[in-house]
Design a protein around this ligand. Structure first.
Ligand code: ATP
Ligand code: MG
Length: 546
């Protein structure tokens, strides 16, 4: 059962409920992605926060596409975002597009002009920048600041009607050019962009700016708590200004929290899009990507991501979370849930010299060590097997308990087996191990004569199923200068031998490969005839080698 987490945002809401700030209105949140890319794990944090906050208070949460910028947005992204939010296990109250409010926003702007709180400015973008001032110097007022209201109204209408080119004019809020907060120095609230919008087509050629549009979107939807990330803290005065000047009753309040940063990855949609566009990764759902689609294809479960978001909590201070916490969450989630299988990565032939020539027996192996109710399966065993090349050492290191000449180990679910001889080819490579088994030691027979220190996994050579295993390293690594750079060696493909039952693995099915980690049959590449698995996460192995 999930522990009900509480945080500073919940504390604010508790106060609001106590003070009846929003009277009888329900707690209402929204998740407002811009459909200009796929969602990533950082968005998941915001999704979990918004939806579970609404859930906690019996309130509502909308999914709203913040699509006020026509240039970079696409319906492909809209579809993927809906899919990802649902996959994480959340259902929105309403599905909305900010662009559906363009008409309302236009009228709000007219209202501001009429109040003398907005004006049309003819300065170029560059001139506006020059007038803006700096952190230490106040800005300069635009010569158009006192343009008559009627004139601004007429020009604004002409702007809407397409009379001007991009950049000719803008609508600016009339606030305070000497405000210590640069966002309050007459910010641009409308600009001209002759661009086709994915939702409204060519209906509009003026578009509202984010800082102006967002509070109106929230207010129209009767959002009570508008949760966003810390970089908007300095924009909050503008958010409040817009709603105050529009005389909105019971306006929503903006609350900021620290965005999620994770080690060994990047979380800017722009950067991620570049990786997709330049072919560094195979797509938005490449299993190395921190996108929800990538994590899903990698084998992460919605439960593990929600657990992760719960554990990192919500704070006001930026920090970077170690990616190993995310990995811990998926291990914890999968450990009791998935069956194990034996897969040998770098196969080395083993011949059990004293095992009958034409015999194959079925040994019984539990599907999950944690839970017997997950059942058992039969695995064929015979004279010729494969083990991992790594499980043999010619000259064993200290504390090496696996195969070496003269050592006895347990073959998982089968027998005690002693290694007697290593056969080499002309180049000196080991091609085969000659071993003997002790029939008395069969697993489950109750044999207690002696103990062995090592247990290794194996597959039966005659029935082994060739599988492809894709092993991933981090997308980003630190270089010698300590900068985070692209890891150019983040995918390794291994041809391995699996136990025969893996032939039935369906795309999306997860397993623990004994002694290796957790794997998922790839959703795209795994077919009836070719078995392809993605490494989800490794196990924490007890033996680290040299
Ligand atoms: P990016 O910088 O990756 O493009 P963004 O903030 O521009 O992200 P939006 O689509 O605007 O992306 O984000 C939707 C919501 O998700 C916003 O409320 C935003 O604050 C939140 N969000 C985005 N990235 C993170 C993050 N790393 N951690 C927490 N919340 C995030
Ligand atoms: Mg954004």
């Amino acid at each position: 059962m999930a522990v009900e987490s509480t945080n500073f945002i919940h504390a604010i809401i508790d106060k609001d409920l106590e003070n009846r700030t929003y009277q009888d209105r329900p707690v209402y949140t929204r998740f407002p992605p811009e459909p200009n890319g796929y969602l990533h794990i950082g968005h998941a944090k915001s999704i979990c926060l918004n939806f579970s906050t609404a859930e906690k208070y019996g309130g509502k949460c909308n999914l709203r596409f913040d699509d006020t910028n026509p240039i970079k947005e696409d319906t492909e992204y809209v579809d993927s975002i809906e899919n990802d939010v649902r996959w994480l296990g959340f259902e929105w109250d309403k599905l909305l597009f900010a662009s559906d409010y363009f008409e309302d926003m236009y009228h709000c702007a007219v209202q501001l002009i009429k109040k003398g709180k907005a004006y049309i400015c003819d300065l170029t973008a560059e001139e506006i920048r020059q007038h803006r001032g700096t952190l230490t110097e106040p800005g300069k007022e635009s010569p158009y600041r006192d343009r008559p209201i009627e004139e601004s109204l007429a020009i604004f209408e002409d702007m809407r009607n397409g009379k001007y080119k991009d950049g000719d004019k803008v609508l600016r809020a009339k606030i305070d050019m000497s405000s210590p907060n640069i966002n309050m120095r007459d910010p641009v609230i409308y600009r001209i962009a002759h661009a086709t919008h994915h939702n409204t087509g060519d209906q509009w050629c003026i578009y509202p700016m984010y800082d102006y549009a967002h509070p109106i979107e929230d207010a129209i939807e009767q959002i009570t708590h508008s949760i966003c990330t810390l970089e908007f803290e300095d924009h909050r005065p503008l958010y409040d200004w817009v709603l105050r000047e529009l005389e909105w009753e019971m306006p929503p309040q903006q609350i900021e929290f620290a965005r999620l940063n994770l080690t060994n990855t990047v979380m800017s949609k722009r950067y991620l899009k570049a990786l997709v566009d330049n072919g560094t990764v195979e797509g938005w759902d490449d299993p190395r990507m921190p996108t929800i689609a990538g994590l899903r294809r990698r084998g992460y479960t919605p439960e593990s991501i929600r657990d992760f978001c719960d554990r990192i909590g919500v704070s006001k201070a930026n920090s970077t979370v170690d990616i190993s916490l995310l990995e811990h969450c998926i291990r914890e989630d999968l450990k009791p849930k998935v069956d194990n299988r034996m897969v040998v990565f770098d196969p080395l032939k083993v011949v059990i010299t004293n095992y009958p020539e034409d015999q194959t027996e079925e040994v019984v192996i539990e599907n999950n060590k944690e839970d017997e109710s997950m059942g058992f399966r039969n695995v064929p065993f015979s004279k010729e097997l494969y083990v991992e090349r790594d499980d043999f050492m010619e000259i064993p290191e200290k504390k090496y308990f696996r195969l070496f000449i003269g050592n006895e180990v347990r073959f998982k679910g089968a027998y005690f087996i002693t290694c007697n001889e290593a056969i080499k080819d002309e180049a000196g490579n080991i091609t085969e191990l000659r071993c003997t088994y002790d029939p008395e030691t069969k697993s489950g027979s109750g044999f207690e004569g002696r103990k062995v220190k090592g247990t290794i996994h194996w597959v039966n050579a005659a029935t082994a199923l060739p599988v492809k295993v894709r092993i991933y390293d981090y997308l980003m690594i630190d270089n010698e200068a300590g900068e985070s750079v692209i890891n150019t060696d983040s995918l390794r493909e291994v041809s391995a031998m699996g136990e025969p039952s893996l032939v039935d693995a369906k795309a999306g099915e997860r397993f623990q490969f004994l002694r290796h980690g957790y794997y998922i049959a790839d959703s795209e590449l795994n077919t009836e005839t070719e078995k392809v698995f993605n490494q989800i996460v490794d196990l924490k192995s007890s033996y680290k080698g040299k």
